[in-house]
Design a protein around this ligand. Structure first.
Ligand code: PLP
Length: 386
């Protein structure tokens, strides 16, 4: 079998089977399709909270609104500044705008693609209320440093863990290391129901506020028309939770497989001229392995073309940095102009640099066999050299 055939036969995502079908049918036949009548969402919330070592998990519609809800629960509102990295999915920044706050961009570390705590601290003003730290690609950010910043400056630390199910920092699962953490169960993510999200926290009061925001202002155990706050309806369906319960059970085995393949890729690529990989870090006790990222300065587009020609068609050039996104800047300035506030000018040279030379291999490329992974490393090596 040639390498091209091997590449096109890489596993599809999601992995699913009879168990998901059975779980879906059970919900269907129960007639309890929503979480206001059934208990599958509640059960999944308990299981997911335990998996991520958090006191509470509250599920909701998606990972984008999870960040907005976390910000609102933390009291972030009109004109407040939220520090975010520019090298991330747009939701990390747009969530601030949804609550009337503005995203302020602080640069990433070029070696890890993660928000740099020193850059975040330099971006703090008297209007800063929160920092959204992204565990990009499944790699946990430096949570000790961010929690120190949170305590020192009175800021809420939110972990955007949309890509980091099962990841751990110094032995602690991500999501409730900061004040609040958010997850996504969208189609591409490592645990998925097509759409969905969750907010995690150890703080009982924040958990109650999140519950209320997701459930039209209701309170746990309260009456149907007892609206103690103004909340959205962002509830997950029982169908989604039924799939998520099965996907959660699949996750440990798949994470182990991704880890093994990522290690092999790292070993095979670390000495290849022109390839730069993120350094190992003993603080990362479990990597979520959502993306395998590599930098190939000066030849990114040519390498992507060679990869596509060799059958690695799902490799991508990744994010365009958000501090250059016209819509985000326009909305941010609209808010600050109305309030007569300045909107800080972003200076993020590392995000600019990595966005020109980074290649992503999405997680299905980490789900192959050992020969497939070796073939992938050979294909990459040849693409870089040619
Ligand atoms: C996927 C993702 C989100 C948003 O999640 P959705 O469920 O798609 O709304 C937020 N942040 C990051 C880093 C993501 O990868």
């Amino acid at each position: 079998m040639g390498d091209h055939t091997m590449m096109s036969e890489m596993p599809e995502w999601p992995e699913y089977g009879d168990e998901e079908a059975k779980a879906l049918l059970e919900v269907l036949n129960s007639g309890k399709w929503g979480s206001t009548s059934g208990d599958v969402v509640a059960t999944f919330q308990e299981e997911f909270a335990e998996y991520q070592q958090a006191g509470h998990a509250i599920c909701l519609a998606n990972g984008t609104l999870a960040i907005a809800v976390a910000l609102r629960a933390a009291g972030v509102g009109i004109g407040d500044e939220v520090i975010v990295p520019p090298y991330t999915f747009i939701a990390t920044a747009s969530a601030a705008l949804f609550v009337g706050a503005v995203p302020v961009f602080a640069d990433v570390d070029a070696d890890t693609h993660l928000l740099d705590p020193a850059a975040a601290e330099a971006a703090i003003t008297e209007r800063t209320k929160a920092i959204v730290v992204v565990h990009l690609a499944g790699r946990p950010a430096d949570m000790d440093a961010f929690n120190v910043l949170g305590a020192k400056h009175g800021l809420t630390i939110i972990e955007d863990a949309a890509q980091a199910h099962g990841a751990a920092y110094k032995g602690r699962a991500v999501g409730a290391i900061g004040d609040l953490g958010t997850f996504s169960f969208q189609s591409s993510k490592n645990i998925t129901a097509g759409e969905g999200g969750a907010v995690l926290t150890d703080n009982d009061q924040l958990a109650g506020t999140v519950y209320s925001l997701v459930n039209v202002g209701r309170v746990p155990g309260g009456g149907w028309y007892q609206h103690e706050a103004v909340g959205y309806n962002l509830r997950l369906t029982e169908f989604q939770a039924a799939i998520l319960r099965v996907q959660l059970r699949r996750h440990p085995r798949l994470q182990e497989l991704r880890e093994r393949n990522a290690r092999l890729l790292t070993d095979l690529l670390s000495d290849v001229d022109g390839v730069q990989l993120a350094p190992d870090d003993p603080a990362i006790t479990a990597h979520g392995r959502h993306l395998f990222m590599l930098r190939v300065p000066g030849q990114r587009d040519a390498v992507l073309q060679s990869l596509a020609a060799a059958g690695v068609t799902r490799a991508s050039s990744g994010y365009v940095p958000l501090h250059r996104n016209a819509a985000v800047l326009r909305e941010s300035k609209a808010i600050t102009d109305r309030l007569g506030q300045p909107y800080p000018q972003a200076d993020c040279p590392n995000a600019d640099k990595v966005s020109t030379d980074t290649i992503w291999l999405p997680q299905p490329y980490l789900l192959g066999t050992e020969p497939q992974t070796q073939a992938l490393a050979t294909t990459l090596t040849n693409a870089v050299a040619s």
